[in-house]
Design a binder for this molecule. Sequence first.
Ligand code: 7QY
Ligand code: ZN
Length: 263
Amino acid sequence: LSAQGAERLMNLHPMWQGPLAVPGGDRQSPIDIVVRKSVLDTELKPLKTTYDPKTCQQIWNNGYSFLVEYDDTTDKNTLKGGPLQDTFRLCQFHFHWGETNDWGSEHTVDRRLFPAELHLVHWNADRYSLFEEAVMEDNGLAVIGVFLKVGKRHEGLQKLVDALPTIRHKDSVVEFTCFDPGCLLPANTDDYWTYHGSLTTPPLTESVTWIVMKQHIEVSHDQLAVFRSLLFTSAEEEVQKSMVNNFRVQQPLRGRTVRSSFT
Ligand SMILES: COc1ccc(C[C@H]2SC(=O)NC2=O)c(OC)c1
Ligand SMILES: [Zn+2]
């Protein structure tokens, strides 16, 4: 199925579109990254991430995806460098995936779809005191995107996969501790694309500096199948809907430049 096919399919799920036109929406996400149109920026620094697994708190199903949340009241989990001037704090990570391995990512690279995409969400702790404030500001958030491919089993992911059956329904939460989000980053984090965009779910605010890794990570078919066993619906609802295709379709570039840290 082509990206267009996935797009047609996506339009069956209006909830993922959110308002089609966002007021002044000229920096919406996700986008297709056209590699040959990206511009090398030699000023881009390597990413610097410091994550403390002990600050992992809980994993929960929010009815869109599942989130792993961290204590972001101190500077224990930080993202610096790359395109960023300030220090950003990790607050959560989550994924987007398809109903089959043929699609599922939000960003595409030369129209190539991946089966899933990881988002590590950070907020600008130098300028704001709360995530909720930063979400509304144009330099408020930095999200690292990592593509997933189906291949060998990801040992570090298994602890998270084993917790998913305990949060099958929307709004279920369980304690989740000692998880190092760094284990989900690819070996090479020096090569990435970066551009200014938005949240990919409502409220779609244009507050995100996107950092999309060139190198993907691999997970097994069975691990990804467990993602698809989650449900969009809460326990009370009579019709249960499996949590799949929770991605937004690519948005117009509107003249933006995608910079690359590599040639
Ligand atoms: C009210 O604040 C919000 C709302 C939604 C999201 C999640 C979106 S944004 C992304 O990258 N992927 C997603 O699914 C968020 O994340 C920073 C922040
Ligand atoms: Zn996301």
